[in-house]
Design a protein. Structure first.
Length: 173
């Protein structure tokens, strides 16, 4: 009886070890054979002083640009819509061009901006990584040379007025 119990325990332990080895081997195989997309979050975000290279935006013609990086399924983008609406209105009064960049399809981007009631003429649908933007929402103030003069990342909860005031000063400079 005791030998039987011991044999059953040894068998269960061997089966558990074999299963653990299979799981670890499967994970390693998946990571090496199918590595998946690059980890965008590991990229350093764009900072003030860096140049944005894009053929789709004419920085020199715009002179001053407010670039809003948004995404349809971003709850912070949706929650911050009233702030963006105010910024866009203030920018328009000061001849600052507004650009929206969304990684969604053109139709999804148009519908989302309409849902948020954001009136932006220049809407780009593009992955965010070429802009060195690692998440949404991201707001950039860019000069006529394509140099980022100011950047805000993530939700601005509790700092909306501060962000607004700093941008208005930049718009007027």
């Amino acid at each position: 009886m005791r030998a039987n119990l011991r044999a059953n325990i040894e068998l269960a332990a061997q089966v558990a070890i074999a299963l653990a080895v299979l799981v670890v081997a499967g994970v390693l195989l998946k990571r090496t054979v199918f590595p998946g997309p690059p980890n965008v979050a590991a990229m350093p975000p764009i900072n003030a002083g860096e140049r944005i290279e894009t053929p789709n935006i004419n920085w020199a013609q715009n002179k001053k640009s407010l670039v809003c990086f948004l995404k349809k399924d971003c709850p912070y983008c949706t929650a911050s819509a009233p702030l963006y609406k105010q910024l866009i209105e203030d920018a328009a009064k000061r001849r600052v061009k507004c650009v929206a960049v969304l990684p969604n399809s053109p139709e999804e981007a148009r519908k989302y901006l309409q849902y948020l009631d954001l009136q932006i003429e220049n809407v780009q649908t593009s992955p965010l990584a070429p802009f060195k933007v690692t998440g949404t929402p991201t707001i950039l103030y860019v000069d006529e040379a394509g140099i980022v003069r100011s950047a805000w990342f993530g939700a601005q909860t509790g700092r909306e007025q501060e962000m607004h005031d700093k941008l208005v000063v930049l718009f007027d400079s």
